[in-house]
Design a protein around this ligand. Structure first.
Ligand code: SF4
Length: 369
């Protein structure tokens, strides 16, 4: 398949891993931001092809993983107390809030429906004019354009019973939070290529310079990821801290200007509480006051409980690169895909789910720290 097979070419993978080994003289810790990249690394065993001096740690780029327990609680309250039709991507249903998850809310009579697009939720609102329909809009910059479009479509087609419960988060502020934390050990980043497809690369230069960390815009196939690591190692070894685009087949410096314009029209930047990481200033997107009619937090009397998910989950430390899934005492025992204690074991992009799926519960550390 074009754009897949050539990026899984075994000879090229071998060549790149050899080049990385030759380029590496000192220990380096590199974080891949995106959960999709984490899954590719673990699935294809890319970390095992690297020299022991290189440690890959897994970042917060899994939207399900970083959605706060508080917002899950609000989604549950919408379904059970406000009696709305709560539409969500399927991944969110088993993520624990401070109390129950959305699947349990559904079992208790809540009208919780899985959709594959926010526009499906607009369609459900049109088909049910006597009901309120809320779409649980989670995600990074990649999903924001489609969610913004759903608001514009609802406005254009005069659908008054549709609104969003937003949990949008932004990558650059999270990178700053990780690099600025006292226990940070991340020295370079593989930035998420699909986020940059929308947003471009211009936000990353100031971060690279301020924190002295190279940032490589990276894709999702084995050749993409190894190329990103090679460029990152070369920068680290030579003391450079620049932004390089290793995903030029999809990413332009300016991003997708049309998509950005739609996002800016509907959303504005706000503070956001990240599960496991806490409140990061100016790290989220909320519905602009001009579109308050489509903002569930304005339409319904929702209370922020501020309660955490009390399971002992160490996902925050994993997403800051301080620990790995197998460092969690609950991994594979009390926490598994059938009975997840934390979001990274639920989500198809979660680091714990990746380790459990591809390496099993008896995992030994794959990469020396
Ligand atoms: S194994 Fe489960 S409890 Fe431990 S960090 Fe991962 S999701 Fe959280």
């Amino acid at each position: 398949m074009k754009y897949v097979d050539e990026y899984r070419d075994a000879a090229l993978v071998w060549k790149l891993s050899t080049a990385i080994a030759r380029a590496t003289t000192r220990p380096w810790t590199i974080m891949e931001i995106c959960g999709g990249q984490t899954h590719a690394i673990v699935k294809f065993g890319l970390d095992e092809l690297l020299p022991k001096k290189i440690t890959l740690v897994h970042g917060p780029g899994c939207p399900v993983c970083v959605t706060s327990a508080d917002l899950i609680d609000q989604a549950v309250a919408l379904a059970l107390e406000q009696k709305v039709i709560l539409c969500s991507f399927g991944d969110m249903l088993r993520v624990p809030g401070s109390g129950i998850d959305l699947l349990t809310a559904k079992a208790r009579g809540g009208d919780v429906r899985i959709v594959y697009s926010p526009l499906d939720a607009v369609g459900i609102a049109q088909a049910n004019p006597g009901r309120e329909v809320v779409f649980f809009a989670v995600g990074f910059e990649t999903t924001a354009p489609a969610n913004a479009m759903s608001v514009l479509q609802a406005e254009r087609e005069q659908v008054p019973n549709f609104s969003l419960l937003t949990s949008h988060v932004l990558v650059p502020p999270a990178m700053r939070a990780i690099l600025g934390s006292p226990d940070n050990r991340v020295q370079g980043f593989l930035a998420a290529g699909h986020v940059c497809t929308i947003m471009g690369t211009q936000e990353y230069g100031p971060i690279a310079r301020e924190y002295g960390a190279p940032i490589i815009i990276t894709g999702f196939e084995p050749v993409d990821i190894l190329e990103g690591i090679l460029l990152c190692v070369r920068q680290l070894e030579t003391g450079r801290c620049e932004v390089e685009n290793a995903y030029a087949r999809a990413v332009k410096a300016e991003g997708n200007v049309h998509a950005r314009r739609i996002v800016e029209q509907v959303f504005s930047v706000c503070d956001r509480d990240w599960r496991g990481l806490g409140v990061i200033p100016q790290s989220g997107l909320g519905v602009r006051p001009a579109y308050a009619a489509y903002d569930a937090t304005c339409r319904f009397p929702l209370k922020a409980t501020g309660l955490p998910c009390a399971t002992g989950c160490i996902s925050g430390e994993i997403m800051r690169g301080v620990k790995k899934p197998h460092d969690c005492p609950a991994f594979g025992t009390r926490c598994n895909p059938e009975h997840p204690l934390g979001a990274p074991m639920v989500s198809s992009e979660g680091a714990c789910a990746a380790y459990h799926r591809y390496r099993g519960r008896t995992l030994e550390p794959a990469v020396a720290g």
